[in-house]
Design a binder for this molecule. Structure first.
Ligand code: FAD
Ligand code: NAP
Length: 337
């Protein structure tokens, strides 16, 4: 029986550990339970917020809404040929459990995305990416439920309109659909993406190259640099890396010859936002209970009992400093409520 809680504490449901409450909270375990919940008369006019693990969210106030935390589970092989498999994964599965499963089964495609926190249902929302691989490289299609009409819709990879840390679910259809299942096209023939940062040298330390060692190398690198939310609450990168056009890039490189950048599509350049923040002297900066992490300037951390607004104010301060120095407006990657 689906339980619906009132004034539910969300502290354990966001990796910043912010103490806010949800007016209503429910964790449906099936699509039928989800529909039952959305069909309830008392919730028809109530705003809805979907959360997975809350690892890409910042809550700045109590949530006057029905918070839905999908707990639909299951990983199922639904098709295969000599080269590929199609795997159907439920939204409530923990992302990294799915990655571990794929590696164990010998299916390649998601190993570089090891240890990203969160649930499978959130992965398409910002087209999660790390170490040169993005969700769009492996997503076959996704099933979603229209929150108002209660109709099912299947989105092909193209229809998800994936872009850098972006998709249709973060833009045009923000808050309109609940992703229920994600289908992945994984490969039985392994080709590894190792041209990113220190991945190759980390693998050399381990010795051989296979799915498990690539996963291990990614995990080692992430653990050595990034704070574990359980130990130091954070939501990963707070800002996106800005992408600038050729003209802006030429201005920047003339004034800041050491700037860190990577060529992007369409004659544009991706600038490392962490370098911009570091240049402003803010890496390791702390004010009260919040701060910028000492190893990765994109990560804002909650040192104690910070409020969501403490973190938001720090983010706005950083954005202003970066704008004053470089004329670049950093975009938030984290979803602020
Ligand atoms: P939440 O934070 O709960 O939600 C994120 C957004 O998705 C919200 O807008 C929410 O409404 C929506 N949403 C959630 N579930 C659904 C659903 N079923 N249907 C529709 N909408 C939904 N991200 C990367 O891309 N790459 C990284 O390498 C990476 N590293 C991280 C490292 C750390 C330490 C942390 C804390 C975060 C990191 N992130 C990274 C960010 C985050 O883990 C991902 O964005 C992840 O996909 C969020 O999953 P979640 O379940 O926590 O989503
Ligand atoms: P890093 O390797 O020190 O790289 C710093 C930045 O430079 C990254 O943002 C990355 O962009 C970019 N970069 C590095 N090598 C690149 C290359 N060969 N081609 C294109 N861009 C390159 O970053 P890190 O902090 O240790 O993180 C490692 C990976 O995990 C990165 O992919 C990062 O995005 C991901 N990560 C993401 C989050 C999050 O919350 N979004 C949190 C932690 C780690 P990209 O970010 O575009 O890859």
């Amino acid at each position: 029986m689906l339980q619906i809680s009132n004034n539910f504490l969300l502290k354990k449901f966001n990796t910043f550990n912010i103490e806010v409450t949800a007016k209503y909270f429910a964790a449906p375990q099936s699509v039928d339970e989800l529909k039952f919940l959305l069909n309830k008369k008392e919730f028809l006019k109530v705003p809805k917020l979907i959360i997975g693990s809350g690892s890409n969210m910042l809550f700045t106030k109590d949530i006057n809404a029905l918070v839905i935390h999908p707990e639909i589970k299951g990983i199922e092989l639904i098709d295969e040929n000599y080269e590929h498999v199609i795997v159907k994964v439920a939204a409530g599965e923990v992302w990294d459990n799915f990655v571990a499963w794929s590696v164990r089964k010998g299916y390649s495609g998601v190993e570089n995305l090891s240890l990203i926190p969160g649930r499978v249902g959130a992965a398409p929302v910002q087209n999660i990416g790390a170490y040169g691989v993005e969700l769009k490289d492996v997503l076959y299609k996704t099933d979603a439920l229209d929150i108002e009409l209660l109709e099912h819709k299947t989105f092909t990879n193209q229809e998800c309109e994936f872009a850098y840390r972006n998709s249709i679910f973060k833009n045009k259809f923000k808050g309109k659909y609940i992703i229920t299942y994600v289908y992945f096209k994984l490969s039985k023939k392994h080709s590894f993406q190792l041209n990113y940062g220190n991945l190759k040298s980390e693998l050399q330390k381990i010795g051989q190259i296979n799915l498990q060692t690539v996963r291990d190398a990614v995990i080692n690198m992430r653990r050595s640099k990034l704070p574990e939310p359980d130990e130091l609450p954070n939501a990963g990168s707070f800002f996106k890396n800005p992408v600038v056009n050729d003209e802006k890039f030429k201005q920047l490189i003339t004034r800041f010859p050491d700037i860190v950048y990577y060529p992007a599509d369409n004659n544009k350049y991706k600038i490392a936002a962490a370098w911009l923040i570091d240049y402003c002297g803010l890496k390791g900066y702390r004010i009260g209970n919040v701060g910028v992490h000492k190893n990765q300037a994109l990560v804002l951390v909650n040192y104690g009992n910070a409020s969501g607004n403490d973190i938001l104010n720090l983010a706005l301060y950083i954005r202003q400093k970066v704008f004053n120095t470089f004329g670049i407006n950093l975009e938030f990657e984290v979803n602020v409520w």
